[in-house]
Write a protein that binds this ligand. Structure first.
Ligand SMILES: [Zn+2]
Length: 430
């Protein structure tokens, strides 16, 4: 993290002085239509920023302007920077720095990332590399410690097996925000000691346990999973899934990734059933780099939620304050309010969400779709490169499957059935 960036408690005196008009702000935004995600109001309010945080948010910031204050006039909307509640950098085939560089122009200023793909290959040292590079970025990247490598024990050959001790150790690292998706839901339901120990270590550290209940069974198995501690879930695919999760006190994370389209089928829990939207969060989970370049990131998800009939301010809450609240960061980010990290987007349209300017921690990081900041890399070590080991050279013959019972042209084989735009697959024969 940028070392010049101080905690609210350490710069409160400066923020007080700016808001009171005794000291000029670093940056002032005048004339905007501010989206207040605490109250779901649009307010003709100004914003004054100092030390990378909001100092004054109110009807007239002219008293915060000094000779060196940068003044931006913007008559369009001023909205909080967007948060991705659960995602994997590796799905973009990128490092954290390059992922940040791709999504900052789309208005993403906070990401909750679970580096479980690198954990599968390199274990805890790999997680630490991703975490370290994430902390260096000009936007907020919080790491969820992977819980399940392998995700299906006995069915996979991974390079590393995460232990409960690994989880307990990672919980001590600064910036670790919680436990990544608890994918071994049968383990939780069956009382598996290691899965329970991982969740206990997370709970003892006062952090959030991420869920992943990829089953349509909403009977006792789901209730048992909820009793184990996962606080959110992004595997729901229909309205009943979303309703059941929030009724259990979990947050329903609705996902729009490159291949997962789980918002439209669940958002009716809000738009038609009228459930309290503060318990819903938008996320991407997995975005290929092509999606990031061509379609966007969290701006794409918010736009889609609105197109599905969601009120724009509700959709915005689901990608800002709801996410921050869920991870215990409501006083730190996710809204335009005093003391929070000054993460702001300028947009001229609340439905289409063109991203005209992105400010992170009080500095402009993207303008008209172009990044204007550096996204620093760590020196990736040799052991993190060339990690795909194929053994002997492969020949075409090795991929031939002999047909049973002497059949020549036709054989019945097991195939994986794709469910269009969803994560679950089917075991079929063809
Ligand atoms: Zn995930």
């Amino acid at each position: 993290m940028d070392n010049s960036f101080r905690a609210w408690s350490e710069c409160a005196a400066d923020l007080v002085a700016v808001a009171a008009g005794r000291r000029p702000a670093d940056l002032v935004i005048l004339g905007g239509q501010l989206a207040n995600v605490h109250t779901r109001e649009i307010l003709r309010w100004d914003v004054a920023i100092a030390a990378g945080r909001f100092a004054y948010v109110g009807p007239d910031a002219s008293h915060c302007i000094g000779p060196k204050t940068e003044v931006l006039r913007w008559s369009g909307y001023v909205i909080p920077g967007l948060c991705d509640g659960h995602m994997h950098v590796e799905s973009g085939m990128l490092t954290p720095a390059e992922f940040a560089r791709a999504v900052i122009p789309h208005g993403t200023t906070t990401m909750f990332t679970d580096p479980h793909e690198i954990a599968n290959v390199m274990g805890l040292p790999g997680v630490k590399l991703m975490h370290d590079e994430g902390l260096m970025q000009p936007v907020n990247i919080f790491t969820q410690m992977p819980s399940c490598a392998p995700s299906a024990p006995g069915l996979e050959t991974t390079g590393y097996e995460i232990s409960a001790e690994d989880v307990a150790e990672a919980m001590q690292w600064p910036g670790i925000i919680g436990l990544g998706e608890m994918m071994n839901f049968p383990g939780v339901v069956n009382g598996d000691a290691q899965m329970l120990a991982e969740m206990a270590a997370t709970a003892r550290a006062g952090k959030t346990i991420g869920g992943h209940y990829a089953s349509p069974d909403l009977g006792p198995a789901f209730h048992a999973y909820a009793a184990g501690g996962p606080a959110d879930d992004h595997e729901g695919t229909c309205e009943a899934d979303a309703v059941m999760r929030v009724r259990q006190g979990m947050r329903s994370m609705m996902r729009l990734g490159s291949a997962w389209y789980d918002v439209e089928t669940q958002i009716t829990a809000i738009t038609e059933k009228g459930l309290d939207p503060r318990n819903f969060i938008l996320c991407t989970d997995d975005c290929h780099s092509g999606t990031l370049v061509q379609d966007g990131h969290m701006n794409r998800v918010v736009r889609h939620a609105i197109a599905c009939g969601c009120d724009p301010l509700v959709a915005l809450q689901m990608a800002t304050i709801n996410t921050a609240t869920h991870f215990g960061l409501e006083r730190e980010l996710g809204s335009i309010a005093p003391g929070r990290r000054a993460d702001v987007i300028f947009t001229s349209d609340l439905r289409e969400l063109p991203i005209q300017r992105v400010i992170a921690r009080g500095k402009t990081v993207a303008l008209a779709g172009k990044i204007t900041t550096e996204c620093p890399h760590i020196a990736w070590p040799a052991e993190a490169r060339n990690t795909v080991h194929m053994g002997a050279k492969k020949s075409a013959a090795e991929f031939a499957i002999p047909a049973p019972n002497g059949a020549v042209d036709v054989a019945k084989v097991r195939v994986i059935g794709v469910v269009e735009n969803q994560a679950p697959t089917q075991a079929l024969e063809a």
